[in-house]
Design a protein around this ligand. Structure first.
Ligand SMILES: Cc1cc2nc3c(=O)[nH]c(=O)nc-3n(C[C@H](O)[C@H](O)[C@H](O)COP(=O)(O)OP(=O)(O)OC[C@H]3O[C@@H](n4cnc5c(N)ncnc54)[C@H](O)[C@@H]3O)c2cc1C
Length: 215
């Protein structure tokens, strides 16, 4: 039976000063947002924080291989990705030229578009590779993760964490209000985190216990 979810439980204020989640994910890049989407698809409670107001502001990672597209298919988002991507058959020309509008020296067919290679790609998978820059992919991942249950917090910076036998206390800074708080999680996923070199500015009674990956 389908149960109507009015979202009230998801937005209820916490009963204590500590926010709790099963898995805390730091970062909404391809790694973090994929982790959030996987966990929410599997029904695992998770919270994703990211330092900035929105997702990537530069394209960066873009060529997306067949295995990744198969995973997107399993997650039910392959069509959304393809709708925003440059398709396989248009990503093949790697051009060598003197300038963007200058003389073309030569070009090679890449990413499986050369006729001698194309069949290998077609036979390897029902999903072909494509080109979707991070600026387009991240919103798809974040949107679907959040729709499926991820608590997503933008403008929220990881400051450090303290681990014990049962999990981690993660200190975070709400960069919108300037307030700090603790998230208690059973697991912490922090794929590509830039931690502060200097300690947090506001008063934290347990300062000094917090550790971060690159200190
Ligand atoms: C200039 C440039 C060009 C690139 N070009 C290519 C390319 O052509 N092809 C390619 O495949 N790859 C490219 N890359 C690499 C690609 O961008 C990375 O491999 C990819 O972004 C890694 O994904 P990620 O999710 O691990 O980390 P990121 O995408 O770096 O995401 C990190 C996330 O963590 C968040 N974060 C960081 N610190 C904190 C904190 N303290 N608190 C809270 N949140 C935090 C950030 O806001 C972000 O959401 C390029 C990278 C750069 C810099």
């Amino acid at each position: 039976m389908v149960t109507f979810n009015d979202g009230l439980a998801d937005t209820a204020p916490p009963a204590t000063a500590v926010v709790e989640t099963d898995v805390l994910i730091v970062g909404s890049g391809p790694a973090g947002a994929s982790a959030a989407l996987f966990l929410s698809t599997l029904g695992v409670s998770n919270t994703m924080i990211t330092k900035y107001r929105w997702t990537a502001n530069t394209p960066r990672a873009h060529i997306t291989n067949q295995r990744t597209m198969e995973i997107f298919r399993d997650l039910g988002i392959e069509e959304q990705v393809l709708a925003d991507a440059t398709p396989h058959h248009l990503i093949g020309d790697t051009v060598f030229c003197t300038a963007i509008a200058g003389e073309e020296i030569g070009r090679i067919l890449t990413w499986g578009n050369h006729p001698a290679r194309h069949a290998d790609y077609e036979l390897a998978s029902p999903s072909l590779n494509c080109d979707i820059p991070q600026t387009y992919l991240e919103p798809i991942l974040v949107r679907n993760a959040t729709m499926r249950g991820t608590q997503t917090r933008f403008s929220t910076e990881y400051l450090g964490h303290a681990q014990d036998a049962d999990g981690v206390d993660v200190r975070v800074l709400d960069r919108f209000s300037g307030s700090e708080y603790t998230i208690r999680a059973k697991y912490l996923i922090a794929p590509t985190v830039r931690a502060r070199r200097s300690p947090p500015t506001s008063t934290c009674p347990t300062r000094g216990r917090w550790t971060s990956p690159d200190r």
